[in-house]
Design a binder for this molecule. Structure first.
Ligand code: SF4
Length: 317
């Protein structure tokens, strides 16, 4: 077992504390990117669930410089935790979708801000190349660099339905090219996408375990105003999980996930005014408490039911 005995899963907070001798907080930065699924290279409508306004905190505004956003973000947290250090989280849109020179200038501007001790770069698996990876490999020798890939699902039918503009093989290739470089490899998935039931999600846990990710972020399906999914949902509503159903699904997912995988979060909380459904009225930490308490009460742990696909195959031979 690689994680704290007091936690029934391999939580990101503990993992981070093992790497830094101080508290570290991410600060979201909107560096003015777009994405190929919006600017016409792959499409213009974006993924059917996406409205980037739903994940930008108020201090994070693209007309401000990266430095200014970080300085204001630091002020926001510093009142409570004066000793805190920060990771610049390039979150909105596709944060590797530009020329290498432009990317370098943005990332280095962030790292020049006092107390910034790392970068987290959110991107699509089809928006990296070896030149960029070589640069990030060098950077990762000096500071923590996380590449966070939007994966969303391992199912190609669903990827087509949500109009991601890439398939799951693209994810496999990106992760494969990123491995062994000292870059932390993150992945982001959504549970409850249209057409995917709980069994499909549980199957996904094994696939994610074997992909080569270091850190996984899991989000519940949310219907956000102004998205194509909102229109589809209005015309043809589909099942969205209740907090109880979702907690049970997360526990099953964790049981089938390798115990080596660090899990960063289980849910996201979109601004009230943008959220159509599900309206759980729970803060992220409240949902996490629900899940952790349930696991402790029921004696369930991450990895307890994980069987690697290759082992399962060799057993059946
Ligand atoms: S989710 Fe990401 S890739 Fe999809 S449209 Fe939004 S910014 Fe682009």
């Amino acid at each position: 077992m690689n994680y704290s005995v007091s936690m029934p899963y391999n939580d990101y907070g503990t993992w981070l504390r093992q790497r830094f001798p101080y508290k570290v907080q991410k600060i979201s930065v909107d560096a003015g990117f777009t994405c190929p699924n919006r600017d016409g290279r792959l499409g213009t409508g974006g993924c059917i669930y996406c409205n980037n306004d739903s994940f930008n905190p108020s201090y994070c505004q693209r007309e401000k410089s990266v430095k200014q956003q970080l300085v204001e973000g630091k002020e926001f947290f510093r009142r409570k935790y004066p000793e805190m250090r920060y990771m610049a989280y390039f979150q909105a849109f596709t944060n590797t979708y530009s020329t290498l020179d432009h990317l370098k200038s943005l990332y280095e501007e962030a790292l020049d801000v006092e107390d910034v001790v790392g970068l987290v770069i959110g991107t699509r698996p089809d928006c990296i190349d070896d030149t960029l990876l070589d640069y990030l490999t060098q950077l990762a020798r000096q500071t923590m660099v996380t590449l966070e890939y939007g994966i969303e699902t391992a199912n190609d039918d669903t990827l087509r339905l949500i109009r991601r503009g890439h398939d799951f093989q693209c994810v496999r290739d990106a992760v494969e090219r990123t491995k062994g470089r000292g870059i932390v490899i993150g992945g982001h998935v959504i549970l409850g996408l249209p057409g995917e039931d709980a069994e499909e999600s549980v199957r996904q846990a094994t696939i994610m375990s074997e992909l080569g990710l270091d850190v996984l972020k899991i989000h519940q399906m949310q219907i956000i105003r102004g998205t194509r999914l909102a229109q589809m949902y209005a015309e043809n509503p589909f099942h969205l999980y209740s907090p109880e159903e979702y907690s049970e699904l997360i526990v099953r997912y964790l049981e089938h996930l390798s115990e080596d995988m660090v899990v960063e979060r289980f849910a996201s909380q979109s601004p009230k005014e943008m959220l159509i459904a599900p309206k759980w009225g729970l803060k992220n930490y409240e949902l996490t408490n629900l899940i952790v308490n349930k696991m402790k009460r029921e004696g369930r742990r991450q990895g307890s039911l994980f069987v690697s696909n290759s082992l399962a195959m060799s057993r059946s031979l």
